[in-house]
Design a protein around this ligand. Structure first.
Ligand SMILES: [Zn+2]
Length: 630
């Protein structure tokens, strides 16, 4: 090479310098990614995991660093082979690709071309002035590292600090007070539990365990999907009293958890359902410890734009045959998180809420449970084809139950897995002597439709498959053993029941009546048939559906956004448990309808009135209670 040629073209980067540059590019890319995550953390489809702020640095050191490390190795082994231009273009391609993929808007090929173009320019700049470029990289690396550190301290450290503060400021409480453990099987359809007479042995352990307490044969969720149903379990209010529209976060801070925190309890929630468990939806109010994410390989991947792209890419998923939601935590992992936390709270009484997400779509029971039930029908939907970007709801309407037998097999297997995991958790708590003094409540937030009434999945209707859920309560010496209650009960009475059994006086205005009225003999004799209400906001906030159960009569009213009644249905569940025969237009139905309409209006009006007295910021009542033709 001529001594007179341009020095920047003849120079070759040294391997050590290449390592420094690679690390510099990776850190800078991670910093951009971290800021992007912070800026978009409240976006509806973002699943912001605070830990991703530090995880992304590690992922980018691997991903963006990959070509840099390889080329440095080549240069070390075969000195002088790699030019500044080639080296910088290569690491910049990976870095730019990660950055242009951040908004998840560009087609892969377009993003790739854009990244190549930007990288080639970056490479030319570096090759023209390698010394100046190297200086810039050297100076920016510590800045990027410092920014990363500050983010970690600010977000991860502050939540740990806040949790410690809450814990340190808890009032003193007798360690003898009973613990409360709520185990919630997300998507638990009562009629698919052998506990409730299902022909397949999906819940043998729960059947056995239920004999040491009380089982409610007809517990009804206040809504057929996660957010509103949890909102009721946590606050005691009907969903439409505390949630202004279908996808509005819960803003109510007077919750079951907050009340028990006030009492001195150590409180914690562990969510398998990241979608709705995410603090953005407001279910975290009052919990000192709130756990939605674990540190896992999946979470590392999801922390970076590249990882998110791969996790959501149908092509990539098909390539590696990965069907599940990336980083889904199974019941076993949730139990481990809970037991670890339990070890950290000394002997303070606790309230813990565990949400198991194993029976949610896509149904993928693990190991032996995947083969446990076999109808001989293949699943109707190829899970690899599911569109994870549009929240993977593959079911159309007008499907029949027969078409879903393959899905039902997998769903039932998932229930059996959760049943086994719950049993293992309870055995562990029993071994440490905790169960003796613990009120255990096992339930579900809603059921699942498999073709009934043309529906699948959940959140679509107020028919029984979607709102009839299991409910067991066990509290040795207090809740009687082996009883089964046939009356319909609402999950919104869970907070009131907990307060009653624990003797909590200051309920923070939370409504509801203790379900102990169903087993307390002095109260039982004069129990009237109490109405139970379930609600659904559907069709993009344009349809409001209310159902009321009185005795075995179920009345469903469909109203438009203005509260004008569009349609009514009436079923007699005793004779017609599958809700096939709408009685609304029969002579018998016409006699019953006025009373059921009045019963529904009366419940909704009483709820709205109670709310207007207790809420600091009552939401505008939705047109559910409004002007109806009598
Ligand atoms: Zn749910």
């Amino acid at each position: 090479m001529s001594a007179h040629s341009n020095p920047s073209q003849s120079q070759r980067p040294r391997p050590r310098e290449m390592l420094m540059w690679t690390i510099g590019f990776a850190m800078a890319t991670a910093t951009v990614e971290a800021f992007y995550m912070l800026l978009t953390q409240n976006h509806p489809i973002s699943r912001f995991n605070p830990d991703s702020l530090w995880m992304v640095y590690i992922v980018d050191l691997v991903w963006v660093g990959l070509p840099g490390y390889c080329l440095a190795l080549v240069q070390w082994r075969f000195p002088g082979r790699v030019s500044y231009w080639l080296f910088t273009s290569a690491i910049a391609t990976f870095a730019w690709f990660a950055i242009v993929m951040l908004p998840d808007r560009l087609h892969t090929i377009a993003a790739g071309l854009l990244a190549l173009g930007l990288a080639s320019t970056t490479g030319r700049l570096a090759a023209a002035r390698p010394r100046g470029f190297g200086q810039a990289v050297r100076r920016s690396t510590p800045v990027a590292a410092t920014v990363g550190l500050v983010l970690v301290v600010a977000f991860v450290g502050s939540s740990e600090w806040r949790e410690r503060q809450v814990f340190a400021s808890l009032p003193t409480v007798s360690p003898d007070r009973p613990n409360v453990l709520i185990l919630l099987i997300d998507v638990g359809r009562a009629s698919h539990f052998s506990l409730h007479g299902y022909s397949r042995p999906t819940s043998p352990k729960l059947e056995e365990y239920s004999r040491s307490g009380i089982t409610f044969e007809h517990a009804v969720a206040t809504a057929p999907w996660t957010l509103p149903s949890h909102a009721s379990i946590f606050t005691g209010w009907l969903p439409n009293t505390v949630l202004s529209e279908r996808e509005a976060p819960l803003r109510e801070s007077s919750t079951l958890a907050q009340t028990l925190t006030d009492e001195g309890y150590a409180t914690a929630a562990f969510f398998g359902n990241v979608d709705v468990g995410h603090p953005r939806w407001g279910l975290h109010h009052g919990f000192a410890h709130y756990n939605v994410f674990s540190v896992s390989l999946g979470e590392y991947l999801l922390s970076s734009a590249i990882g998110r792209y791969l996790a959501l890419s149908g092509g990539f998923r098909r390539l590696i045959k990965y069907e599940d939601i990336l980083a889904r935590r199974n019941a076993g992992a949730i139990n481990v998180e809970f037991l670890n936390w339990l070890n950290s709270i000394d002997d303070r009484p606790f309230f813990a809420f565990l949400n198991y997400y194993d029976a949610h779509l896509p149904y993928i029971p693990p190991g032996q449970f995947s083969k446990m039930f076999d109808s001989g029908q293949p699943p109707r939907f190829d899970l690899l084809e599911l569109d994870y970007r549009s929240r993977w709801v593959p079911f159309g309407s007008s499907t029949s139950r027969e078409e879903f037998l393959g899905e039902v097999d997998a769903y039932d297997g998932s229930l059996a897995y959760v049943d086994q995991q719950i049993s293992q958790l309870l055995s562990e708590l029993d071994r440490t002597g905790l169960l003796e003094n613990t009120l255990v409540i096992i339930t579900s937030d809603h059921g699942e439709a498999f073709g009934e009434h043309g529906h699948a999945d959940h959140g679509r209707s107020l028919y029984e498959p979607e709102i009839h859920v299991p409910l067991i309560m066990v509290y040795p010496g207090i809740v009687p053993e082996g009883q089964r209650v046939e009356s319909s009960v609402s999950l919104k009475d869970i907070p009131a029941t907990v307060f009653d059994l624990l003797g909590v006086r200051n309920r923070r205005g939370l409504p509801g009546r203790s379900l102990s009225r169903y087993w307390n003999p002095t109260l039982r004799s004069d129990l009237p048939a109490e109405p139970v209400v379930s609600q659904l906001i559907a069709d993009n906030n344009q349809r409001f559906v209310n159902a009321i159960l009185v005795g075995d009569k179920k009345y469903i009213r469909y109203a438009n956004a203005e509260g004008i009644k569009e349609r009514e249905e009436l079923f007699s569940l005793g004779l017609d448990p599958d809700e096939h025969h709408d009685l609304a237009n029969t002579p018998e139905g016409k006699l019953l309808l006025p009373r059921l309409r009045a019963a529904l209006d009366s419940v909704l009006n009483a709820e709205a009135l109670a709310r207007s007295y207790t809420a600091r910021q009552p939401i505008t009542p939705k047109p559910l209670t409004a002007q109806l033709e009598k």
